[in-house]
Design a protein around this ligand. Structure first.
Ligand code: FAD
Length: 392
């Protein structure tokens, strides 16, 4: 088959590689003029690493990743550690692949490099898909007025997908009432006393902060999620250190020093999609955030996009079967898992941002529940879904 993909993000590039491995020729249309180094850190649980290994992308990315050995959950006000979750060797043995963190740009580059070595994949930059005409042979239309005939359209155009509306799905992003501030700083800016090999999660009333090293250990990625309603569409809205510090009054000195380190901050508005069941119409199908954007509070946005790519390719196979049935199979395998990610990410926002007595009760529970038990509650995420098409 010839397959057209709208969007060269993680879902689009991974889908291109997975589908080409089944013998399809793929054109990927990306609206940006070039693959830009935007975005910040992404966490790659073993379920994400496993797909990257299967796609042959992992060797391209591994050296740029960092290998945290634990997650440290701390009270942002007292500075006290509440809990510690192991990500070391026994975690890797349990789930079969390691836990890694990377800069989004490094993951995009690794996917793009791998795709560029596959003759059946063409990536067209500076090309926005503006419409499509479904039919026996679907036609995608670009902003410059070109039309491309294709057997299947994969809409990998993100949370604000335009193609979703073109295929008659009117689902709109739901604003979460949070602003997410992100910054990068040299790794040497990590305040003394903080563990360079950990992923940190600091919990504050109405806010939380996550940080870890990226870019082979050279830089620190910091994201502060703050209950602060906004409605900005882009990923790169200019923010300031003052915005972040003002939202975390009374932060422990180590956290305050950390948040004071970056020279510049960017912000985006927290948003996700209410789960919906139908992801395809005619010869068009949604993948990644276009189908099931979640808040980043389980750190599974990139992983779900990668799993979609693997599952879609497994369901379509070499294309000799009934395409409509293959697309229905894909959405029925993916929808329950991604809906649970959306729902549990929302739940985490409520837990992370608790105030007063509820926060005290949460902190007590975190202190007394062993890390291994807390990790067990996440095992359904990190184990590969059995019917996703993964060879192992
Ligand atoms: C610029 C950017 C920065 C991000 N930064 C972060 C971050 O710091 N932290 C985080 O947790 N998540 C970030 N994300 C989101 C994260 O990448 C996704 O949640 C996850 O990886 C799923 O990716 P996706 O491929 O489904 O969607 P996205 O990553 O949103 O990719 C969609 C792609 O489609 C392209 N596109 C959109 N419409 C069209 C069209 N009509 N025609 C052609 N191309 C189109 C976009 O330019 C983009 O490249 C970012 C996304 C983007 C686009």
């Amino acid at each position: 088959m010839h397959i057209s993909i709208a969007g060269a993000g993680i879902a689009g590039l991974a889908s291109a590689i997975a589908l080409s491995q089944n013998g399809h020729s793929v054109s990927v249309f990306e609206q940006a003029a070039r693959l830009e180094a935007i975005g910040a850190g992404l966490q790659l649980g073993p379920n994400a690493v496993r797909v990257l290994e299967n796609l042959g992308v992992w060797s391209e990315l591994e050296a740029q990743c960092c290998a945290p050995d634990r997650i440290r959950i701390c009270d942002a006000i007292s500075g006290r550690q509440l809990s510690e979750l192991d990500l070391g060797d026994s975690f890797t043995r349990k789930f079969g692949s390691p836990y890694r963190v990377a800069h989004r740009a490094d993951l995009i580059n690794a996917l793009a490099q791998s795709a560029s070595r596959i003759a059946d994949i063409t990536i067209v930059n500076d090309c926005r898909i503006t419409g499509l005409e479904p039919g026996a042979s679907t036609c995608v239309k670009t902003l410059s007025g070109e039309a491309h005939e294709t057997d299947l359209v994969v809409a990998a155009d993100g949370i604000r997908s335009q193609l979703r509306a073109h295929i008659g799905l009117e689902n709109q992003p739901r604003l979460s009432g949070e602003t997410l501030y992100r910054a990068l700083a040299p790794a040497s800016d990590l305040p003394a006393g903080l563990d360079p090999d950990a992923v940190y999660l600091w919990l504050a009333p109405g806010a939380h902060v996550v940080h870890y090293r990226v870019s082979g250990g050279r830089r620190l990625n910091i994201v502060a999620s703050i209950e602060q309603p906004a409605d900005q569409t882009g990923w790169n809205n200019i923010a300031s250190r003052g915005d972040v510090l003002a939202a975390l009054p009374g932060a422990a000195s180590a956290l305050r020093d950390l948040l004071s380190a970056p020279a510049s901050w960017l912000a985006w508005t927290g948003a996700d999609l209410d789960p919906f069941t139908s992801w395809s119409r005619d010869n068009c199908v949604l993948v990644g955030d276009a189908a099931h954007a979640s808040l980043p509070y389980l750190a599974q946005g990139a992983a779900m996009a990668l799993e979609d790519a693997e599952c879609l390719a497994a369901c379509i196979g070499d294309g000799s079967g009934d395409l409509t049935a293959a697309l229905v199979r894909y959405e029925s395998r993916r929808q329950p898992r991604t809906a649970r990610i959306i729902e549990e990410s929302r739940r985490n926002a409520g837990i992370y941002h608790m105030r007063g007595p509820k926060a005290q009760a949460r902190n007590l529970a975190l202190r007394f529940m062993p890390g291994s038990m807390q990790m067990q509650r996440l095992a359904w995420i990190y184990a590969s879904p059995p019917d996703n098409g993964s060879p192992r």
